[in-house]
Design a protein around this ligand. Structure first.
Ligand SMILES: Cc1ncc(COP(=O)(O)O)c(C=O)c1O
Length: 368
C-alpha cells in the first residue's frame, strides 16, 4: 500500500488529514524532534513535548484570536465527554458562586437545534436530576416545515433565556442534521447574542466540534467555554480542545481535597502531536481566513451540483451512487446512521481538487 493508493476521504469524523502532516507524523512516531524517542512513547512532561505544546497553544491563540481572558485546554475524550464534563464543571462553578442555590434556581438553558444539542440536553438532565433544572430555551423542531425535523435556526424572538442560568448551551454546527448558525452577525439565523441576559461573565457554552478552525468564532470572548472534538478539522480522535474563560477553570487540586476525583494526568500526546502539526501548517497557509475562503468555494461548488441533481431526482439512487464513488476512489459518503442518505463532509483537509472530483462524478452519474 503506497501513498498513491490513498482514496479521497469525505468522512464526517474521523476525517481526512493533510498528507504532508501524516508524512511528518510518521517520522515523529519513530523519532520525535530528534529525541530518539517516538511521540507515542515520550513523556508529556519532557521539555521537547512541552515546547511543542506551547507552540501549538500559541498557534491556536493567534489564529483564533483567543484573548488572554481565556485558557486553552487539551483534554482526553470527545464531544460527548464534554456533554457531561461541561455540566459538572459549570454546576460546580455555580455552587461556589451561589452556595445556597436550590435545584429550582440552578437553571441550565439548552438551545436545541439538532441531534447533538438534543443529546447534550438529555445528558444534562440525567446528570443533574435533583440538583438543577434543565430548560429548553428553544426547540427548532417546533419551527420545522413538517413540525418534527431539525431543519432550521428559529427566529431570534423565539429564544427564551432564563435571567441567571448556570449554563447557556448551544451547538454551532449540527453535523447530523446539517443546520448551523449563520456567521454574519446581522443574519436572521445567527446566534441571538442580543437576547442573552445582560450580565457579565455569562455561562455561555458552545459545541464547536464540526466547525472549529474553519472560520472565525463570532463573539469568542463572550463565551465561558467553547469545545471541539479534534477528529473533524484538525486531528485524530481522542483529543478535545477547550477554550475556557478563567473564571470557569475549576481549581482541580482544591476540588480533589474536597473529595472530587483527581484530574486526568496524561494528555493524549499522539493526537495532540498530529493536531499541532495540522494547526502549524494552517498558519503557514494563511490561517483561518485562508480556510474560510477555501471552504466557502468548496461548499458553493458542491451545493450548485447538488441542486442540479435534486432537480433531476437522481441522487435518490443511493446504493448505486455510493458503489460508483467507491470504485472511483471516494469514500466516507454514507449519511449518519440516524438519518441515512448521502453526506459529503468538506473539512479543512478536503482539497478543492477533491471536491472537483466528486462533482465530476456527480455529473457523470446524472448523465447515466
Ligand atoms: C457537533 C458535534 N458534537 C458532538 C459530537 C460527538 O463527538 P464525539 O464523537 O467526539 O463524542 C459530534 C460528532 O460527530 C458532533 O459533530
Amino acid at each position: 500500500m503506497s501513498v498513491a493508493d490513498r482514496v479521497v476521504n469525505f468522512g464526517a469524523g474521523p476525517s481526512a488529514l493533510p498528507l504532508t502532516v501524516l508524512e511528518e507524523a510518521q517520522k515523529g512516531l519513530i523519532n520525535f524532534n530528534g529525541t530518539g524517542i517516538g511521540i507515542a512513547e515520550i513523556s508529556h512532561r519532557s521539555k521537547e513535548f512541552q515546547a511543542f505544546l506551547t507552540e501549538f497553544e500559541q498557534n491556536l491563540r493567534t489564529q483564533l484570536e483567543v484573548p488572554s481572558t481565556h485558557r486553552i485546554l487539551f483534554t482526553q475524550g470527545g464531544g460527548t465527554t464534554q456533554f457531561s464534563a461541561v455540566v459538572l464543571n459549570m454546576i460546580a462553578r455555580h455552587r461556589l458562586l451561589h452556595p445556597n442555590a436550590t435545584a429550582e434556581n440552578t437553571v441550565l438553558d439548552y438551545v436545541v437545534t439538532g441531534s447533538w444539542s438534543k443529546k447534550a440536553a438529555e445528558e444534562a438532565r440525567r446528570l443533574t436530576a435533583g440538583v438543577a433544572t434543565v430548560r429548553t430555551a428553544v426547540d427548532a423542531r417546533v419551527y420545522a416545515k413538517d413540525g418534527k425535523a431539525f431543519d432550521n435556526i428559529p427566529p431570534h424572538a423565539e429564544f427564551a433565556f432564563s435571567p441567571a442560568p448556570a449554563v447557556i448551551y448551544y451547538c454551532e454546527n449540527e453535523t447530523v442534521d446539517g443546520v448551523e448558525f449563520a456567521h454574519d452577525a446581522g443574519a436572521p439565523a445567527s446566534f441571538p447574542f442580543a437576547r442573552l441576559p445582560a450580565a457579565p461573565l455569562l455561562p455561555l457554552v458552545a459545541d464547536y466540534s464540526s466547525s472549529f478552525m474553519c472560520r472565525p468564532i463570532p463573539r469568542l470572548a463572550d463565551h465561558a467555554v467553547i469545545y471541539a472534538g479534534a477528529q473533524k478539522n484538525i486531528g485524530p480522535a481522542g483529543l478535545t480542545i477547550l477554550i475556557v474563560r478563567e473564571d470557569c477553570v475549576v481549581d482541580v487540586d482544591a476540588a480533589a481535597r474536597l473529595g472530587a476525583p483527581p484530574p486526568v494526568q496524561h494528555p493524549a500526546v499522539l493526537p495532540i502531536y498530529v493536531a499541532g502539526l495540522v494547526v502549524r501548517r494552517m498558519g503557514e497557509q494563511g490561517g483561518i481566513p485562508y480556510y474560510e475562503a477555501l471552504n466557502r468555494r468548496k461548499s458553493q461548488k458542491l451545493y450548485a451540483a447538488i441542486h442540479e441533481g435534486e432537480q433531476n431526482g437522481v441522487f435518490r439512487r443511493k446504493k448505486r451512487f455510493l458503489e460508483g464513488a467507491e470504485a472511483e476512489g471516494m469514500k466516507g459518503l454514507k449519511g449518519h446512521r440516524s438519518v441515512g442518505g448521502i453526506r459529503v463532509s468538506l473539512y479543512n483537509a478536503v482539497t478543492e481538487e477533491d471536491v472537483d472530483k466528486i462533482i465530476a462524478y456527480m455529473n457523470s452519474f446524472m448523465q447515466k
